[in-house]
Design a protein around this ligand. Structure first.
Ligand code: FAD
Length: 407
């Protein structure tokens, strides 16, 4: 079955691909989204152990897609960021707190369950008359005669002016476009779960810096939090093998009883960690966004935040091009997108990789330097203010959607 030529074919209906599709559909462009594994309706979506902490500029992009109302009650504000360094003996932890109010914000952002976010975006895409959704996988595509001709694995053919790769880390689009990657495997896995705890979290997100990687406890509504616990792959496997009550004891001990007694709300899940960066963001009539272009350690919670800035930049570039009557799949339009995103992606991927290696390092010199840095920030207010501004409020590539303006 062949459809008439459409504007944009988005491969991958994860959070990034769906946000882009909804924004472009709202702006009047014709979009087809392809994903073999669509989510359940939001009302039937079970709680899962993975959440995303989205900063205020990302929240503006999510709000522009019209899904915040459905998510607000299921999410918690991040009002204070706390770091506790326990890489040295526990009697000498370094503690640092960054309240959002010090920067004049009510909160840095929100912690949103990832499954709910995707389900809400999927429903918003279904409600858009400019969007067609295919439950299928991309099989192949070619670029010829000024258009993209794609074949899906259910036999459907789609012709478009542009194809967007939002199909994640093992991207078929990236491979077909011949775009290579640079990859670093970490000897680390992140264990995620939701926990119930006896003490209130007071909307404080806590990151423990420990020997083999960080442990983050991020607030959710009520006395519930999400956990991202990074360990070496071998230790993570051991923890995953524990019975639930032993896992709860191990976690409570690692958290130094920070939130009192705890029980698991969802079973622990384990994610092997790596860093991947694609060598280009564009190819003829092809653009890459999100994890198709960059995968990072979850430390500092930057992954989807960076991806949503790709989404906003591509949406703004394509909509501006269409308003000017340009061919939205042309090299001129795509170059504008790639040029706009280059510095933000390069610096974030490099920065997160460096932080991950410093925080997880066994080197005594690095550990001492890190603790000295945190102690310095603890005492020197202007330095702390600067660290908060650079670490928690991205300045780079704040387009109109991230600022809260219309597309
Ligand atoms: C433990 C952990 C914690 C994290 N915490 C945070 C956080 O707090 N804040 C934050 O900003 N980020 C966080 N991240 C990162 C964030 O979760 C990811 O960046 C984000 O989920 C990736 O979304 P995506 O849409 O790019 O990719 P995906 O969610 O991987 O979506 C890709 C989609 O493509 C589809 N697909 C694959 N192949 C094909 C094909 N051939 N044809 C069609 N479709 C295809 C798949 O079915 C999938 O639905 C975390 C990551 C981890 C591992």
């Amino acid at each position: 079955m062949t459809s008439k030529q459409i504007d944009i074919l988005v491969i991958g209906g994860g959070a990034a691909g769906l946000t882009l599709s909804v924004l472009l559909g709202q702006a009047g462009l014709s979009v087809h989204v392809v994903d073999p594994a669509p989510p359940k309706p939001l009302k039937d979506t079970p709680a899962s152990g993975r959440t995303v902490a989205l900063m205020n500029d990302s929240m503006n992009i999510i709000k522009a897609a019209g899904v915040w109302e459905a998510l607000a009650e299921r999410s918690a504000p991040l009002q204070t960021m706390r770091i506790i360094d326990i890489s040295r003996p526990v009697h000498d932890p370094v503690r640092l707190e960054f309240p959002a109010s010090d920067l004049g914000f009510e909160q840095f952002g929100y912690n949103i369950p990832g499954g709910y976010l995707r389900a809400a975006l999927y429903e918003a895409a279904q409600a858009q008359e400019n969007i067609t959704i295919h439950k299928a996988a991309l099989e192949s595509y070619v670029v010829e005669d000024g258009r993209v001709s794609a074949r899906l694995d259910n036999g459907t053919d789609v012709e478009a002016r542009l194809i967007v790769g939002a199909d994640g880390r093992a991207s078929k689009v990236r491979e077909t476009a011949g775009i290579g990657t640079a990859k670093r495997e970490y000897d680390q896995s992140a264990i995620t779960c939701l926990i119930n705890h006896s003490h209130a979290h007071e909307n404080v997100s806590t990151e423990f810096h420990k020997q083999d990687g960080p442990l983050a406890i991020v607030p959710l509504p009520g006395n519930q939090s999400s956990v991202v616990w990074v360990e070496t792959r071998a230790r993570a496997e051991e923890l995953m093998g524990l019975k639930p009550s032993d896992f709860e004891s191990a976690l409570q001990e690692k958290m130094q009883d920070l939130l009192g007694g705890l029980t698991l709300e969802t079973p622990p899940e384990s994610w092997p960690l790596c860093c991947i960066k694609s060598k280009a963001l564009i190819a003829p009539r092809t653009a890459l966004i999100a994890e198709t272009a960059h995968v990072m350690s979850p430390i500092t919670a930057q992954g989807l935040n960076l991806s949503l800035r790709d989404v906003a930049a591509l949406a703004e570039t394509l909509v501006d091009g269409a308003r000017l009557g340009l061919d939205i799949g042309s090299a001129g339009v795509l170059n504008r997108y790639a040029k706009r995103r280059r510095l933000d992606i390069e610096t974030r991927v490099f920065g997160v990789d460096s932080i991950n290696r410093a925080v997880s390092s066994h080197s005594k010199t690095l550990k001492t330097a890190r603790r000295a840095g945190l102690k310095f920030l603890e005492k020197v207010a202007p330095a702390k203010y600067l660290a908060m501004q650079t670490g928690l409020t991205p300045h780079m590539d704040q387009g109109r959607l991230a600022k809260g303006d219309a597309l």
